[in-house]
Design a protein around this ligand. Structure first.
Ligand SMILES: [Zn+2]
Ligand SMILES: [Zn+2]
Length: 144
């Protein structure tokens, strides 16, 4: 179902000489199957169907790997995770988060990103961690 994406991820890991273990692949596949925001706890419950011995550190270590190498995103305001539509490289990110269905629209607009950084710079501010997240109601929830 997500074999093409998994294959691409495997190739990226080979190129970067990263250890894409079976567990990491499993968690990546679980992430791909999510429609929107998912918590580490929810992922752990899903992972337990494949590995009943899975514990919180198991899932957090796998998520850390996927985050570090830009395969998924963390949604700071929800303390949750999101599959990346453009995984494999770092990119500007703005998130639109539906409060009703938890669906998340991932934007990757460099103009917004640069404008924000420019404003910070003009204020003499050095950004070390940038989070652009908006909460609201998605199109589906608004008109259904
Ligand atoms: Zn992304
Ligand atoms: Zn919605």
């Amino acid at each position: 179902m997500h074999t093409a994406s998994l294959q691409r991820a495997i190739e990226i890991c080979q190129q970067k000489k990263l250890r894409f273990t079976t567990l990491r692949q499993r968690v990546f596949l679980l992430m791909l199957a999510q429609e929107g925001a998912v918590s580490a706890y929810e992922l752990l419950e899903q992972l337990k169907k494949y590995d009943s011995s899975a514990k919180p550190p198991t899932i957090y270590r796998a998520l850390d790997f996927l985050l570090k190498h830009h395969f998924i995103h963390r949604i700071e305001s929800l303390n949750a995770y999101l599959k990346c539509d453009y995984f494999g490289c770092e990119h500007p990110m703005q998130l639109l988060i539906c409060e009703k269905c938890k669906r998340v629209i991932e934007l990757s607009d460099p103009v917004i990103d640069n404008a924000f950084s420019d404003q910070a710079e003009q204020s003499g501010f050095k950004i070390t961690n940038k989070v652009l997240e908006a909460h609201g109601i998605c199109h589906n929830c608004l008109y259904n």
